[in-house]
Write a protein that binds this ligand. Structure first.
Ligand code: MN
Ligand code: MN
Length: 291
């Protein structure tokens, strides 16, 4: 990795980390999802950076992929376990970071994912396998009496690409990729009081363009025009100005030009916490860009 690229990853991380902390302060009982999400996304733009994906705000059994919808009337309630997952990019170089804001009283659940993350980071260096990271995460979470979410993983990052190999498991798995100097990836343990498996809800607010292909429907063409500056990074329904949005998005999804990311949830009534950092593997360890 050349120094310019490294500098952009570090700058994206510095911005993401500062906004993650300021954003967490906005999440209070009675605050509106929509106001909080728009304020935090605005902080990224004001910092001169781009959003690598719509701000994810997912509560309680919802682990990931929720965000405010247009006209969202939800407010944060006492007891909510709120995951704030923020992606910032500088010229496509991404920092992906998350934390949990507990509006209830479950400090051990919050600690489980953050200690899992710290344990994995502490052993990152060339030659270590992603399987070793999964064991470290798994053990920190299980030792506190919770389940790591098995079917959510950390992931490699590349320019304008939010999910690349390798996957970083949150559980004990066979094998895995061997880490090499210069790799960039996010580690993101999820700890759950539920089953430790997430499934898709019907709600979808976040989408991503998969293919560049001509479409006939005028409203669908207008959406493709509007999301073109995303260069393949995910976008929110809330960001779009198309009047015939539902029909247009459904058409794009059916023709596999766009995919949706439905909200991913453990069983109703469970609580899930998350912690995430982005890091670069160095010759003798790693540099965490989102500290
Ligand atoms: Mn994330
Ligand atoms: Mn991530």
């Amino acid at each position: 990795m050349n120094d310019d690229v490294m500098d952009q990853y570090i700058e994206a991380g510095r911005i993401a980390s500062a906004i993650r902390a300021r954003g967490a302060d906005e999440i209070r009982v009675g605050a509106s999802y929509l106001a909080v999400v728009e304020k935090i996304e605005g902080m990224v733009r004001d910092a001169g950076a781009g959003l690598a994906f719509p701000l994810n705000v997912s509560i309680n059994e919802d682990a990931a992929h929720d965000t405010a919808s247009c006209g969202d009337e939800r407010i944060f309630s006492r007891g909510d376990m709120v995951k704030l997952d923020l992606g910032v990019h500088i010229d496509g170089y991404i920092a992906d970071t998350a934390m949990t804001v507990d509006l209830g009283d479950h400090p051990l659940l919050v600690e489980a994912s953050s200690r899992g993350l710290a344990a994995a980071i502490s052993i990152v260096r060339p030659g270590v396998s992603t399987g070793d990271l999964g064991v470290a995460i798994n053990d920190e979470i299980e030792s506190r009496g919770f389940r790591p979410v098995a079917n959510l993983t950390g992931h490699g990052l590349d320019r304008f690409m939010i999910h690349t190999p390798p996957n970083i498991p949150n559980i004990r798995v066979q094998g895995g990729a061997v880490l090499e100097e210069g790799m960039v990836f996010a580690i993101e343990p999820f700890a759950s009081t539920g089953t430790g498996h997430v499934s898709e809800k019907h709600r979808t607010e976040i989408y991503q363009q998969l293919a560049v292909r001509p479409v006939r429907l005028p409203s669908a063409r207008r959406i493709l025009e509007e999301i073109r500056p995303r260069k393949g990074l995910p976008f929110s329904r809330r960001w779009l100005h198309e009047e015939k949005l539902d029909l247009a998005l459904a058409t794009l999804v059916r023709s596999q030009v766009v995919r949706g990311y439905p909200v991913l949830s453990d069983v109703p009534g469970s609580l899930v916490s998350q912690a995430e950092h982005t890091l670069i593997v160095t010759s003798d360890g790693c540099l965490v860009t989102t500290t």
